[in-house]
Design a binder for this molecule. Structure first.
Ligand SMILES: Nc1ncnc2c1ncn2[C@@H]1O[C@H](COP(=O)(O)OP(=O)(O)OP(=O)(O)O)[C@@H](O)[C@H]1O
Ligand SMILES: [Mg+2]
Length: 348
């Protein structure tokens, strides 16, 4: 048996996409065994593991209402607690907060404070918990959100979470479905920069994105769309087609990207995540609009080699009996405490 073992705990969907057998071959060349963990079986009989890489988003979300998922999650947590020498990529609480857009936008909106001088921001937004249009109108006015507004569900995982809308005026706020985030739309020339983080490496790929809209309110019906029709590599939609007069913007500065990734690495305590960035066409400010858990790394051919080197580097630092924290990362701050997040969105 190989002396070092890495367990993968993935949903069926993620497993189909990731081609684990290719990664397994790469690892075998370095004396590392890759094991697919079956959550429905006792983990102790599948271990030991030096490292576990997982994407348990489905299970975490389902555990809210489904007792079987609750059981699977608690088996997993019990194993991790009983095996502190096993490194977990990534910690469950860190991942869980990103499944909630209220929590993830609080983290994003803090970036403009922690990264002062780097011209980085998150669009202003509101947390909406009511369906009363008059309360929403008052909140939008008082927060001075600019139209158009983009409306995103509070839950950030699952097919429904990609159903979004663009709202062009106060009267159309009746189209808001709470709980959700209402965020100012930022014109960015229909280019999305997807930043894929693997430990201390990051890779950026460009994707199509929503086109520019005339700023300010206008008499236009709400546009309902699915974000996967907009910003997947193969996406092509009338919502992303720009007119030819739009000049191409310079790409985000690599200095700012490095600072952004480093800051998020520390704040999240995570190694495998993605950040979606757009560049404001007027101010050229780097604008963070989304953070994703263990994304697809599509368009990043170096993903497997980078993941392998990261896994090897943490196993080296870990030593035979070290505790299961990545020594590069400080403990996670408790982002969800509102009082720590004064720059976050107001709540309604
Ligand atoms: N504030 C904004 N201003 C302009 N465009 C935006 C804004 N927020 C989102 N978008 C557009 O909507 C798309 C989807 O937004 P977002 O990344 O938040 O959704 P998602 O469904 O969580 O994405 P993912 O597939 O990365 O999980 C973006 O790729 C971008 O084109
Ligand atoms: Mg996104």
């Amino acid at each position: 048996m190989a002396s070092r073992r890495v367990g993968f705990c993935l949903s069926d969907k993620k497993r189909r996409r990731i081609n684990l057998s290719a990664f397994s071959d790469l690892c075998a060349g370095r004396g590392i065994e890759v094991v697919e963990i079956d959550l429905s079986q006792p983990m102790a009989s599948q271990g030991p593991f030096n490292v576990i890489v997982h994407k348990l988003s489905d299970v975490i979300v389902e555990a809210e209402y489904d007792s079987q998922s609750q059981q699977l999650l608690s088996n997993f947590q019990n194993y991790i607690s009983a095996h502190p020498q096993t490194l977990l990529l990534d910690p469950l609480p860190a991942m869980t907060q990103l499944l909630d857009r209220f929590a993830s936008y609080r983290i994003m909106s803090q970036l403009q404070n922690t990264l002062k001088g780097k011209s980085i921001c998150c669009p202003p937004y509101l947390e909406i918990n009511t369906s009363d249009p008059s309360v929403i109108q008052a909140a939008v006015r008082s927060r001075q959100l600019s139209y158009p507004l983009i409306c995103k569900t509070r839950v950030a995982h699952g097919s429904r979470s990609h159903e979004m809308s663009l709202i062009f005026s106060e009267v159309r706020l009746c189209d808001v479905r709470s709980p959700c985030i209402l965020q100012s739309f930022v014109n960015h020339g229909a280019v999305l920069h997807k930043v894929f983080v693997v430990g201390d490496d990051h890779f950026t790929v460009e994707r199509p994105s929503l086109k520019n809209f005339p700023p300010g309110p206008c008499d236009r019906s709400t546009i309902f769309f699915n974000s996967h029709d907009v910003s997947k590599p193969e996406s092509s939609s009338h919502l992303t087609a720009l007119d030819d007069t739009m000049p191409r913007l310079p790409p985000p500065s690599s200095d700012a990207m490095v600072a952004l990734v480093r800051q998020l690495r520390v704040e999240l305590g995570m190694a495998l995540f993605g950040v979606d960035v757009i560049v404001n066409i007027h101010t050229h400010t780097l604008t963070v609009i989304d953070i994703n858990i263990f994304p697809g790394y599509e368009g990043v051919p170096q993903f497997f080699s980078s993941l392998l080197s990261y896994i090897e580097s943490i196993m080296e630092k870990q030593g035979p009996s070290e505790p299961a924290v990545d020594p590069d990362l400080s403990p996670q701050p408790s982002h969800c405490h509102e009082e720590l997040c004064p720059a976050g969105g107001d709540k309604f």
